[in-house]
Design a protein around this ligand. Structure first.
Ligand SMILES: [Zn+2]
Ligand SMILES: [Zn+2]
Length: 503
């Protein structure tokens, strides 16, 4: 579905446990489910050997890591795969790690159902000297549907903590993203053009969120080794008649036919999202629905305690009305915060034409979602978004920064965290801002803002620290720090610190 308005206008904590605990329990990092080893000799020269193994029922992802000894003697062992029904692919000696899933697979291999039963490694031996021996080892993982998606690449894109900038919402040829062809026609835009545009915009991560599609993941799997400085988070925009929501971090099939027998209620879809370890974020909830933009507003009956994130700023509305205009998601978000929910505000460009026209800058990363994460990996970024360690750089700069720290006694919180504080406790809040223009100011929002002692909001310099104090009343509150320009225009949308009664 192509939302008309989008184009007209350019257009719970309980879930955390499963994410935080085994953050590194990724397929390629946990012990293999099976290791096959063997030794080849000169007698195997120019022969094929098929090594059978049993693939358990319920497997949705097969990962094989293959290596062998004897390279110094020019021994070569090539790899292929055969399932019980058909030949699945041949990577020869050109890939050490192979992943096969239903909807995508490492290039050289065919995606598709993974029939249980006897599979075979197909080993080809184009060369082994008469007196040589070569030992091979295949480490094999079988992931079931309840395993987290391990990411397109096995290792983090970048080690170490930092503020990582990205865009969580965009479309390609796999839904309604378009661009000009080589001859100048408007065509469905290939995924790699979006990735090139993201790199040109200096982004650290993107989520390609085509409408109700997972077919883009095959392209992303092919492109990930080349774009090895850009984290590619699998996503889709679950597009229903009652609203749109992005789901991140899973390639699993999910229902989107809300209101049909497949998914009579949103809770059925949320069950599937949670079972697949996905992170859901409600998109552009401030947009209207109806013939002007079918299904764009959020009208699904919703248990907000199951919604960890919300797109407070959508690029389409931003371009026409600004971040706090009539279609802003910020009031929708704040109403949920006032009702006591803990929901992370994110931004998304909703870009549908990644490579900008000649002489223009792509709108990818406008706005940017900036995430404080321990490393640049899928697990780290999505976990940090759940935790609310996020600000939205409204105008998609490459250098604006907002860090907020609150202390009550020996307890410390950053944006997104809970801070227990008994009545009468002094809470010190310190904001660190960088990259702000001349005349920029801090502004406070939230039902905890009235507890704050007056402070001078003027930043005074491109990089500045401002601290203020408040006195806790022992009740639950949220308190957010934003950055505005001298005229009050929103530059950075922060996420709240949540004051809670002391326990
Ligand atoms: Zn949408
Ligand atoms: Zn969209």
């Amino acid at each position: 579905m192509r939302p008309i308005l989008r184009h007209a206008f350019a257009a719970g904590a309980a879930v955390l446990a499963g994410w935080l605990a085994p953050a590194r329990a990724l397929a390629a990092e946990r012990a293999p489910d099976l290791t096959l080893t063997g030794t080849l000799t000169g007698a195997d020269h120019e022969t094929y050997r098929e090594v059978p193994f049993r693939l358990p029922a319920g497997t949705v992802r097969l990962t094989v890591e293959f290596d062998h000894t004897g390279q110094a003697q020019r021994s070569v062992i090539d790899l292929g795969l055969r399932d019980p029904v058909r030949f699945r692919g041949w990577s020869g000696g050109n890939k050490a790690r192979v992943v096969v899933e239903e909807a995508d697979a490492t290039p050289s291999y065919l995606p598709g159902p993974l029939p249980p039963g006897t599979w075979r490694l197909v080993l080809g031996v184009p060369n082994i000297r008469k007196t040589a021996t070569a030992a091979y080892r295949a480490k094999i993982w079988f992931d079931r549907a309840d395993a987290p998606f391990p990411g397109f690449l096995p290792a983090p894109i970048k080690a170490g903590p930092g503020w990582y900038r990205g865009d969580l919402h965009m479309h390609t040829a796999h839904s309604d993203g378009s661009c000009l062809s080589r001859k100048g026609s408007k065509v469905p835009c290939p995924v790699f053009k979006t990735l090139e545009a993201a790199e040109a915009r200096g982004l650290d991560f993107i989520a390609v969120s085509d409408h109700n599609a997972t077919s883009q993941n095959a392209s992303l799997r092919e492109l990930a080794p080349y774009f090895d400085d850009l984290l590619l988070i699998p996503a889709r925009e679950v597009t229903t008649f009652k609203g749109h929501a992005n789901v991140y971090g899973t390639t699993a099939p999910l229902d989107f036919q809300l209101g049909s027998p497949r998914a009579p209620t949103l809770s059925k879809i949320l069950d599937e999202v949670e079972a697949a370890h996905g992170l859901i974020s409600v998109n552009h909830p401030g947009q209207p629905s109806g013939e002007i933009c079918m299904g764009c507003g959020w009208n699904a009956e919703t248990d907000w305690s199951r919604i960890p994130a919300l797109e407070a700023i959508n690029g389409g509305a931003l371009a026409v009305f600004g971040p706090e205009g009539p279609l802003s998601g910020i009031p929708v978000w704040e109403a949920r915060l006032n009702a006591g929910f803990r929901i992370t505000a994110v931004g998304g460009s909703d870009n549908h034409d990644a490579p900008a026209a000649a002489g223009k800058v792509s709108t990818l990363g406008l706005p940017a979602t900036v995430v404080h994460a321990p490393e640049l990996s899928q697990v780290a970024i999505l976990t940090a978004i759940r935790q609310g360690h996020v600000f939205v750089d409204v105008w998609g700069t490459q250098d604006r920064l907002l860090e907020v720290e609150a202390r009550a006694g020996d307890r410390r919180a950053e944006m997104g965290d809970l801070l227990p504080a008994a009545a009468g406790t002094k809470v010190r809040v310190e904001a660190h801002v960088a990259g702000a223009p001349e005349g920029a100011v801090l502004s406070l929002a939230g039902d905890g803002a009235r507890l704050a002692v007056a402070f001078d909001p003027k930043l005074g310099a491109a990089e500045a620290r401002r601290a203020f104090e408040l006195t806790a009343d022992g009740q639950a509150h949220w308190l957010r720090v934003d950055v505005r320009d001298a005229k009050g225009k929103l530059l950075i949308l922060g996420n709240p610190i949540y004051l809670r009664p002391a326990t």
